[in-house]
Write a protein that binds this ligand. Structure first.
Ligand SMILES: Cc1cc2nc3c(=O)[nH]c(=O)nc-3n(C[C@H](O)[C@H](O)[C@H](O)COP(=O)(O)O)c2cc1C
Length: 457
């Protein structure tokens, strides 16, 4: 079972205004100690990676002004830059993967390639890139002085962006290009370092990559975003996909849909691992877990849920009649969060009150497991086999409380059932997730088609 921990550099968890909880230490989120402690704790428990979601966008009204409520509650703002934490977390751990989100709208591809390529070295091959076109596009684009690019065009740009990165990682430095021979006085062999070129519909690049290949060469590639364009993108590039919440049928349909797109991209149906975001509220028995769940909801309000929904989609659900089924909604911002309630595959059509209540109680990713270790482990197994997914992203409510309870009550049960490893040996993130593939991209991934033809045998 793949296990990741979901975090942002913001003091809230993923339900409500949890920084206010007396047990939460999350107001320390701008210290290195807070993160290295958490990383060590989850590494020892057998987690595969620590994941940082990220976005420049914040909740705004129709005029693009920040909502007061967002600042009061700390909903999606503040949001500090998690890439700055990677080296510190890597130094504090030895086998934990570290996955950081970077948006193809906000960043420029050669800079992303160089940053993640450098981190591939510094982490010993434990870095992963969560490729997103970005949540909260309206405020993010305005911050950068740009008009918001339309949804599907953003994915067209993402295609160029990812292709440029892959060409730089795979096509510039051949194996053996790094010589580093002090006697001969040769650092790199010019015959084995190639200029790449990409002329895309929206982005172009020409030049040589600045970093010799790291342990993974191409950092492990993840994606989140299950709109149609998002799934086409994932089918081409992703090795692991994060699935958000919604009911079990929606999740099952999304995974089947995306797996079905893989053959067209020339990849086997098991080329992508699916990891579902979920809450875990554990206790020694059902009653204790239920109490913990009730406490978790103390700081969750419909108002805060509406703010988060606006952040994701740009849609103000409070503007609709609360108890009438929603009309067709379309957004040029994040479509996955609209599809979650209006999914054409399942015919779901909820009222604003239902959507906001679910959002308030379950947070952005939706699936919730409450109970004792044995009960939750049973449900996790059933869930994964029903939806055909490979693991979970544990979404915190309070830190370290969520992880303390998960580790105390659930981890021993998962170990007993053979779902978690007893100990971890250092290695790359790709080899950890795909032991049969190893450190580098498999031949069926489009990235390998950009490899340079060796100039010498
Ligand atoms: C578990 C999970 C993590 C995500 N992390 C991010 C993130 O860090 N940054 C981001 O902009 N979007 C993230 N997303 C995706 C957004 O929710 C949104 O779907 C996407 O950015 C827009 O693409 P779409 O229109 O295909 O939905 C995440 C989604 C899931 C399910």
């Amino acid at each position: 079972m793949i296990l990741g921990a979901f975090q942002t550099m913001n003091p809230n968890g993923t339900v409500g205004v949890s920084w206010r909880d007396a047990q939460n230490t999350s107001l320390d989120f701008l210290t290195i100690d807070y993160w290295t402690k958490l990383a060590r704790q989850i590494e020892a428990a057998g987690f595969d990676f620590l994941f940082f979601a990220d976005s420049y966008g914040y909740p705004t009204n129709a005029d693009g002004e920040i909502l007061d409520r967002a600042l009061i509650d700390a909903t999606n703002i503040p949001m500090a830059d998690p890439i700055t934490l990677v080296s510190a977390v890597a130094a504090a751990t030895s086998s934990l993967g570290i996955v950081v989100t970077s948006s193809t709208q906000v960043e420029r591809a050669p800079a992303v390639a160089r940053r993640y390529g450098t981190l591939d070295h510094l982490t010993g091959g434990r870095i992963g890139w969560n490729i997103v076109t970005g949540a909260a596009q309206a405020s993010s684009a305005a911050l950068f002085g740009e008009d918001m690019m339309l949804h599907d065009k953003r994915y067209a740009q993402a295609e160029d962006h990812a292709t440029i990165c892959l060409k730089l990682w795979e096509g510039s430095w051949e194996d053996g290009a790094l010589v580093a021979d002090k006697t001969a006085g040769v650092y790199a062999d010019p015959a084995r370092v190639h200029q790449i070129e990409h002329r895309g519909a929206l982005l172009s690049a020409k030049g040589v990559y600045g970093v010799p290949p790291g342990p993974q060469r191409t950092p492990f590639l993840l994606q989140a975003g299950t709109s149609r364009a998002g799934m086409d993108f994932a089918a081409r590039f992703a090795e692991l996909v994060f699935i958000g919440g919604g009911d079990t049928e929606t999740i099952k349909a999304q995974i089947a849909d995306l797996r079905g797109r893989l053959p067209e991209a020339g990849r086997p149906v098991d080329a992508i691992k699916f990891v579902v975001g979920a809450h875990f509220v554990l206790g020694a028995d059902a009653a204790t877990a239920d109490d913990a769940r009730a406490r978790m909801l103390e700081f969750a309000t419909l108002e805060q849920a509406a703010t988060t929904y606006t952040w994701l989609t740009g849609i103000d659900l409070t503007a609709f009649p609360p108890h009438e089924p929603l009309p067709d909604l379309y957004t040029e911002m994040g479509q996955s969060s609209v599809d979650r309630y209006m999914n054409p595959q399942t015919g779901i059509r909820k009222t604003p009150h239902e959507v906001l209540t679910e959002f308030r109680d379950n947070g952005i990713n939706g699936t919730v497991f409450v109970g004792s270790g044995a009960t939750v482990a049973d449900r996790m197994e059933e869930f994964l086999s029903y939806v055909n997914a490979d693991g979970f992203l544990v979404q915190p409510h309070v830190t370290p409380g969520t992880y303390d309870a998960f580790i105390e009550h659930l981890v021993p049960e998962l170990r007993r059932r053979g779902h978690l490893r007893e100990s971890s040996t250092p290695g790359t993130l790709r080899a950890r997730i795909f032991p049969e593939i190893g450190d580098h991209l498999p031949d069926t991934h489009v990235g390998t088609s950009f490899r340079a033809t060796p100039s010498r045998p």
